[in-house]
Design a binder for this molecule. Structure first.
Ligand SMILES: CC(C)(COP(=O)(O)OP(=O)(O)OC[C@H]1O[C@@H](n2cnc3c(N)ncnc32)[C@H](O)[C@@H]1OP(=O)(O)O)[C@@H](O)C(=O)NCCC(=O)NCCS
Length: 181
């Protein structure tokens, strides 16, 4: 099954939700209880994929602005990151977009939809941008870090390796360069 079979729409404050079920309760609660409030407060925008035939929500993700900032305790990481950026454009912070939430409904999981959504986001932030955006960041659930690694994400630090979530990033420039070749 491919994303192109589904309708894509940004959540609106008057949207009437169609059924969605993730095995993770927090992700269900966010969609039904919090996503509209985040939208109203300009804190995150949620996007939905809907299966029009089944009248179900296939998946959703929410996005917010972020920045990748220099951490003096992670100097060697920062040097590695900076090496990817041309000399004259090196800064102490870089613009980024955060995936606040990403979830695929259980009925639709394991069919490549999660990967397609990450590609969709990568494409959206490298083509026709309104603002500069160099990285995608995510606080990945520890159980989902392999999913992000498969999709080209990397860890910022080892300090969070025993935490419930791990901060990860994806560099959009090589992705864009490969597409534009
Ligand atoms: C994680 C999630 C978004 C993946 O979506 P999906 O549509 O099921 O994933 P895909 O079918 O695109 O899987 C792509 C690859 O990642 C792997 N993968 C998927 N979920 C994984 C997970 N939780 N851990 C490790 N690997 C995972 C798949 O096995 C597949 O690998 P393969 O190509 O080698 O077979 C989805 O399972 C989900 O909503 N999980 C619960 C919520 C969650 O953890 N969200 C992330 C919050 S940070």
């Amino acid at each position: 099954m491919s994303l192109s079979s589904f309708e894509f729409l940004p959540l609106t404050e008057d949207f009437e939700f169609l059924p969605f079920h993730s095995k993770d309760k927090d992700l269900n609660d966010f969609l039904f209880d919090d996503a509209k409030r985040y939208l109203a407060e300009l804190m995150a925008v949620t996007y939905l994929f809907i299966d029009p035939q089944a009248q179900k929500t296939v998946a959703y993700f929410s996005l917010l602005n972020d920045k990748v900032a220099y951490d003096p305790e992670e100097r060697s990481f920062w040097n590695r990151l900076n090496r990817k950026i041309s000399n004259r454009k090196r800064r102490k912070t870089y613009p980024s977009v955060k995936i606040g939430r990403l979830a695929v409904s259980e009925d639709y999981s394991g069919q490549g939809i999660g990967c397609e959504i990450l590609n969709f986001i990568k494409h959206a932030f490298t083509h026709g941008n309104r603002t500069g955006c160099r990285f995608i960041t995510v606080d990945a659930y520890a159980a989902a870090t392999d999913f992000y690694i498969k999709n080209g994400f990397d860890f910022f630090t080892k300090k969070d390796r025993n935490d419930a979530t791990r901060l990860m990033y994806f560099d959009l420039k090589p992705f864009k360069d490969a597409l534009d070749k």
